[in-house]
Unconditional design. Sequence first.
Length: 69
Amino acid sequence: MMTINVAVLLAVIVVMRLRRRTQARSRLEERNTAFLVLALGILIAPTPVGQGIFNGIGQLVRGMSQAGS
């Protein structure tokens, strides 16, 4: 259930970023958009590899949030 919510959020972010004018984008913004699209593809792909990467990122985020507390 959580992957669906994250995938929907990433899809909205990608659509919003792609609606901006191309001339106003920097290379960093282009790289960030490419990373978001890649992450969205991993979340949408119903493969064990995609789920493994998602679980690894989730553990990393949980570890970082616990370390910050």
